[in-house]
Design a protein around this ligand. Structure first.
Ligand code: 0A1
Ligand code: ZN
Length: 860
């Protein structure tokens, strides 16, 4: 574990421009698993043109030698601390040469240079380059990089880095020496190196101005066919960015490497993306429709970073949302254009309402531009990413598509090749549109979830309909005082089957809007989820059902059903009628019955409407989460729906004809609806044949997994035997086996505690591999609320033990896993005590900065 010399948080307000910069970097790596030797040559320049002390960042490095302008320095001419190399008396212009030894094999944190199944790879964002070399490891230092890699030619035929390959020669000793030059100045976090023996899938793309770009996907041997979809996705993303934003790719080659050991989803290193293999590899037998969808979206995301992140980068890490919020927004628009805009929007809304609202309500609450950070890796959050994207979306809503595009054009014109701030971005939007966005900027500095209360009044005489709106953001752990925000509120007024749309701009704490109407309308509020807020409005059940049927906006239709379910859950809990005795309203059952008899044209949307909200969605509505009651009520609702509409589920299921698998919109939709039907059918006795039939005879992973998921949720007797079969079939394919790990860990009975022990003893499980650890323990806390919150606190203890174990191996993974333990204030007193106890024990140990920041905040 890294040694912690101090735990000083950094503050945005302390930002200072660097005193030195580095203009050119030449790195030479002689690769060796336990003793890689790096020679790093930097052209250093003082900003003030004066000699001074150069302080470089560095961690866990073995420094072998230092020279300045060709003169080898004596050890007492510089100082090495656990986190810095301090070099006094550096001339205004100097050449610095460092020799460093690295041990990639011992690197289990997967930051810096490490080995993934024998292949060398790097991860430098946010502050990983300092684990490769001493450097000005901050995003506002942009340098041109040249990279030499020297390695055994047989064992590592692929030697890759950023930019273009300029030479490749075999040395007398049989090693190969390659040289890559990246002409675009970049911060160190975008550096990458990969060396290994891969299969390579090649393609090409001709840009709008006619340049030919080589596309290369490097994957584990034997997996080339599984990369085809990712390659096609990349081409679609390249074309989309040209057509939508006029942005063209800028190098001669774009490479993607898929590795199994990776802390996150993927990384946008210039010209050399490194991907978690689960976001590259897919075929119908091994991947689900959701996997295909995620691949297209993440391939798009990393590609879009080439402009929003790489060409224009962040001045400092507090500005992370500058690139991430914007790039998530761009990938969401891309996915919407490739498929269904409504379904994509529904997915984004779910993320905000579950994970992001929970983050705002917990000890790690922060604005999309955080003000204070101890460990940067802790701020790759759903707030910075997804709420950040919502903020960009609001700008898009306020300025319109053309206005937004003008702002983007100005942003690139002004800032290409620079490291800038979120304010610079808003300035470009403001100036391009001649619009004052000062109030809007509060979204960048204020954390928390605004609550928007709306009341309506209808005056029949005046034929006037009024909406009274109040906004209030409750205090968060990081910020007491809150101010009103600029909220774009999309409204539809439904009158006689006709819908009229408006975009209201709320700027004050309280505001009134009136509309001339012929009769009392039903208001559809916050259509398209036009602002990331919690809406409160007293709808009747009839109004909600009318919205679900008649609103123009699909998101609002879906949301009406969500609200209906939320009120049913509350009613069932308040009635203390937990269990099967609570009768779902006849109108709701009838709505479902009709949908099943005559599904909407959009089958995927129909599937969404027919799905009872998940536990985490419902839980977020409660200040104190009644865990067991929620689990129980949701389960009983599913059971009741299954039984009441048994014939309809069955008939609808049977009516959806099976075709040979293709990943194609209508087919995906059909499978989604079939899976929903199947899920309910698993809760009814006598459906074993149907379940077995689908599992045995389907030609794709989506349909097979649907059976396993349904059986898991219903704790169906078939589950054990089907899971056994699945494990036998896929035991040599770790990516697929992760699905089995996931299902095993989310089985909702107390047998899961023994299962968890068996899973970690499985030959394919490895504590060093984040995918495996997340497949087991991520699934346990995210998809098994009944057992994670087991009455005796066992679930908490299991997770706490894993977090501590992981902290010594990989602090980033540990710090993500600890999240569900932090929100102890949201639970009933007994659970609060259990959670606090495990957190206190944790805090008494020597923790990484990552874990310390979160645990200490949650207990303060
Ligand atoms: N920039 C990447 C995400 C990423 C962030 C940090 C990482 O390691 C600590 C790795 C990847 C993205 O947004 O895709
Ligand atoms: Zn990103």
């Amino acid at each position: 574990m890294s040694q912690i010399s101090n735990r000083q948080a950094k503050k945005l307000s302390d930002y200072k421009a660097p005193e030195f910069t580095i203009t050119d970097v030449e790195l030479s790596f002689e690769l060796n698993p336990e003793a890689t030797v790096l020679t790093a040559v930097y052209q250093v320049a003082s900003i003030s043109d004066k000699a001074g002390t150069l302080i470089l960042d560095g961690q866990e490095l073995k420094l072998l030698a230092v020279s300045v302008d060709g003169q080898l320095l004596h050890a007492d001419a510089y100082q090495v601390t656990p986190e810095q190399l301090i070099l006094p008396g550096i001339p205004a212009k100097a050449q610095l040469e460092l020799k460093i030894e690295l041990n990639p094999k011992a690197n289990t944190a997967l930051e810096g240079l490490y080995l993934s199944n024998g292949a060398y790879c790097t991860q430098c964002e946010a502050e990983g380059f300092r684990r490769i070399s001493y450097y000005l490891d901050r995003p506002d230092v942009l340098a041109r990089f040249t990279t030499h890699i020297i390695a055994d030619d047989k064992a590592y035929p692929a030697l890759l880095s950023n930019g273009n390959l300029v030479s490749s020669t075999v040395l007398a000793d049989g090693r190969r020496h390659v040289t890559w030059v990246d002409p675009f100045p970049k911060p160190s976090y975008l550096f990458a190196l990969v060396a290994g023996d891969f299969d390579c899938l090649r393609g090409s793309y001709t840009t709008s101005s006619g340049r030919e770009v080589a596309l290369e996907f490097y994957v584990d041997k034997g997996n080339k066919d599984r990369a085809q979809f990712a390659l096609e996705s990349l081409k679609r993303a390249m074309l989309w960015d040209e057509q939508t934003f006029g942005l063209e790719y800028d190098l001669d080659i774009y490479m993607v490497v898929a590795v199994d050991f990776f802390n996150m989803g993927a990384m946008e290193n210039k010209g050399l993306n490194v991907f978690n293999s689960k976001y590259v590899l897919a075929d119908q037998a091994s991947a689900t429709d959701t996997d295909f969808f995620n691949i297209e979206s993440i391939i798009g995301h990393e590609y879009f970073h080439n402009w929003t992140g790489n060409r224009v980068t962040c001045r400092d890490w507090f500005q992370l949302s500058l690139k991430e919020g914007l790039t998530v927004f761009r990938d969401q628009q891309f996915s919407a254009d490739m498929g269904s805009a409504t379904l994509n929007r529904i997915d984004a809304v779910k993320t905000i309402r579950t994970a992001q609202f929970a983050e705002d309500a917990g000890p790690m609450a922060h604005p999309i531009r955080p003000q204070q950070v101890l460990e940067m890796n802790n701020f790759y959050t759903v707030t910075v990413y997804d709420k950040g994207a919502e903020v960009i979306r609001m700008l898009h809503t306020l300025l319109g598509q053309d206005g937004f595009r003008k702002g983007m054009d100005l942003y690139f014109k002004r800032y290409d090749g620079q490291a800038v701030t979120c304010d610079d971005f808003v300035n470009a939007m403001q100036d391009a549109n001649g619009r004052d966005l000062s109030l809007f900027r509060r979204w960048y500095q204020q954390s928390g979830t605004p609550e928007l209360k709306i009341y309506s009044q209808f005056d029949a005489k005046k034929r006037e309909f009024k909406l009274l709106m109040q906004q209030h953001t409750p205090a968060t752990a990081d910020q007491e005082e809150k101010q009103p925000l600029l909220l774009p509120v999309r409204v539809e007024l439904l009158c006689d089957g006709i819908s009229q749309s408006y975009l209201l701009e709320m700027t004050e704490a309280q505001q009134e809007f009136s509309f001339a109407v012929s009769q009392k309308p039903v208001p559809v509020l916050l259509a398209d989820f036009s602002a990331p807020v919690k809406l409160q409005y007293q709808y009747s059940m009839d109004e909600l059902l009318q919205i679900a049927r008649d609103a123009k906006d699909g998101v609002a239709r879906w949301d009406a059903i969500q609200q209906l379910w939320q009120s049913q859950v509350k009613a069932a809990i308040e009635a203390k009628d937990v269990g099967t005795t609570y009768q779902l309203p006849a109108a709701l059952l009838e709505f479902y019955r009709q949908l099943l008899i005559q599904p909407l044209d959009d089958l995927a949307f129909t599937a969404e409407l027919l799905t009872v909200p998940a536990y985490d969605m419902v839980a977020e509505q409660f200040e104190e989460i009644p865990v067991q009651e929620l689990v129980w009520v949701l389960q009983s609702f599913v059971q009741q729906l299954a039984e009441e509409l048994a014939d309809q589920w069955h008939n609808c299921y049977q009516s959806l004809r099976i075709e040979a698998y293709q990943y194609q919109e209508q087919q995906v939709a059909k499978r989604a609806l079939r899976s929903v039907c199947l899920h309910y059918l698993a809760f009814i006795a006598g459906k074993d044949d149907l379940l077995t039939q689908q599992y045995q005879h389907s030609d794709n992973m989506t349909d097979q997994l649907a059976v396993l998921r349904a059986c898991r949720s219903a704790a169906h007797p078939l589950f054990a035997s089907l899971m056994h079969d699945f494990e036998q079939r896929w035991r040599d394919d770790v990516l697929v086996l992760d699905k089995w790990f996931n299902l095993s860990a989310s089985y909702p009975t107390s047998s899961v505690f023994v299962t968890l022990e068996q899973l970690t003893a499985h030959p394919q499980f490895s504590w060093q591999n984040p995918n495996r650890v997340r497949a087991v323990f991520g699934a346990f806390y995210q998809q098994n609320p009944a057992m994670f919150h087991a009455e005796d606190g066992r679930g908490y203890q299991v997770l706490a033990d894993v977090v501590l174990k992981m902290d010594a191996i990989n602090p980033q993974v540990a710090s993500r896993l600890v999240t569900p333990l932090l929100s102890w204030k949201r639970y009933q007193p007994v659970r609060q005590q259990q959670l606090k106890a495990v957190l206190q024990t944790m805090l008494s140990k020597e923790l990484s900065n990552d874990l310390y920041e979160k645990v200490s905040k949650s207990l303060s």
